[in-house]
Design a protein around this ligand. Sequence first.
Ligand SMILES: NC(=O)c1ccc[n+]([C@@H]2O[C@H](COP(=O)([O-])OP(=O)(O)OC[C@H]3O[C@@H](n4cnc5c(N)ncnc54)[C@H](OP(=O)(O)O)[C@@H]3O)[C@@H](O)[C@H]2O)c1
Length: 207
Amino acid sequence: MKKSVVIGATGTIGSAVARLLKKKGYQVLAVSRKGDYPMDMENPTSINQFFSGAGDLDAVICAAGNASFGAFSQLTNEQIDLGIKSKLLGQVRVCRSALKSLKPNGIIMLTGGILAQDPWPETTNIAMVNAAIEGFVRALALEMTEGRRIVVVHPPLVKETALAMGMDGSLSPTASEVAQIYLKGINSYESGIAMYVNPDKEHQLNQ
Ligand SMILES: NC(=O)c1ccc[n+]([C@@H]2O[C@H](COP(=O)([O-])OP(=O)(O)OC[C@H]3O[C@@H](n4cnc5c(N)ncnc54)[C@H](OP(=O)(O)O)[C@@H]3O)[C@@H](O)[C@H]2O)c1
């Protein structure tokens, strides 16, 4: 049985990814700060502890990491630091530890978001971080050996999140639909790329 790790496995996107991978026959280690397999991706010691006990892995998916929303002129230094420390550096550090456990031909999948390419007002922090993750992924792919791969998924606003925020979710995919792109990445030979749920639809959503 292929073994995977899903970080953020209790979240909107991560829970859908974990469900789909289980359905496809993967063993899934469901990771979050308060989950079955605890890890705080903002704490390097916690990340190392988790991966040193995780065994050999076929797939590591990170669907977690925080960043700040808000007008640039209003953001505090701490809010600006949040995206860098949590969503960006957290995922970078996950890669450093996960690579030691990743089997040949295994894959790491990070999560950004379409705000990297199609920002909305008041999204400087998250747009910056999403774009940085993509640059990191493109470069790290060039250093990976023995068929190991890395990609970033840029989800759009998912329906469940839109509805929870009181927004119109009618044009948004569900988390289950977004999860399909993670499966597609695992089953592909792609590396060093950004993956989208539906590139045409993404751009329509933001016009
Ligand atoms: N939802 C969307 O519409 C959307 C769109 C584009 C991009 N994204 C990106 O996709 C990722 C997941 O979003 P989501 O909406 O699914 O998030 P979510 O529903 O808020 O869930 C977040 C998950 O991450 C875990 N988590 C939070 N902080 C963590 C930490 N420091 N260390 C380890 N685990 C942590 C949470 O569990 P614990 O609290 O137990 O740790 C939970 O399992 C985020 O990076 C987000 O920016 C989301």
